[in-house]
Ligand binder design. Structure first.
Ligand code: MN
Length: 204
């Protein structure tokens, strides 16, 4: 496993295949207040690419091209947050997308545990540390522990997707899942516009 660290954007000419796992680290949980600090990507073959985003940065052409490429599926865990953070930072709508948290909620209705750490332990058999989750991602120099944590959030998403997809097919909910994934960028945009959980547009 290799962690590649990049500044401001992905390098020219890097290809990550048809399904790219993506996660983001931000200064906090409000995408309108808390800036994007790191974008992690993996093609599912064991390597991770970490892109550090500078304060005030509004463009990342190679990354934006990947996020908006209709031929590249962007794979997230709780993509709603990451898609909002990426739209807030670069003004782009990430699509098409797949979300392991939505998939888990659709088929693992016997539990309310849908966190990534729990899913990876239960479905993929890997144990990832969540110790660095709340660390200062705006630091100019990331620690080794931060880099390893950031990478671990994307390295196993392809394996997790395979397990969840098999169960979605078994329970005949894949098509419903796909319609939810198609709506996800709109859900993220609603969050940015103020229609968040406290102001749910679908409520009476
Ligand atoms: Mn993460």
């Amino acid at each position: 496993m290799t962690i590649h660290l990049h500044q401001s954007d992905l390098p020219d000419g890097l290809t990550l295949g048809p399904v790219v796992a993506i996660d983001t680290e931000t200064m906090g949980l409000d995408p309108r207040r808390d800036r994007l600090c790191v974008v992690q990507l993996s093609d599912g073959n064991g390597d991770a690419h970490l892109v550090q985003i500078a304060r005030g940065q509004t463009r990342a052409p190679n990354l934006e091209r990947l996020l908006t490429d209709p031929a590249t599926l962007k794979l997230f865990h709780f993509g709603r947050f990451d898609i909002a953070a990426l739209k807030q930072a670069f003004g782009v709508t990430t699509a098409p997308v797949w979300c392991t948290k939505i998939a888990s909620r659709l088929i693992r209705t016997f539990t309310d545990r849908h966190g990534l750490k729990y899913l990876l332990a239960d479905l993929v058999g890997v144990d990832v540390s969540k110790q660095q989750q709340t660390s200062d991602w705006g630091a100019a120099q990331l620690t080794e522990a931060q880099k390893e944590y950031a990478a671990s959030d994307v390295l196993y998403l392809h394996a997790l997707k395979a397990e969840l997809e098999a169960r979605l097919i078994r329970e005949d909910r894949l098509e419903l899942a796909q319609r939810l994934f198609a709506f996800l960028p709109t859900r993220a945009e609603l969050d940015l516009l103020g229609w968040n959980d406290a102001n749910d547009i679908f409520l009476h």
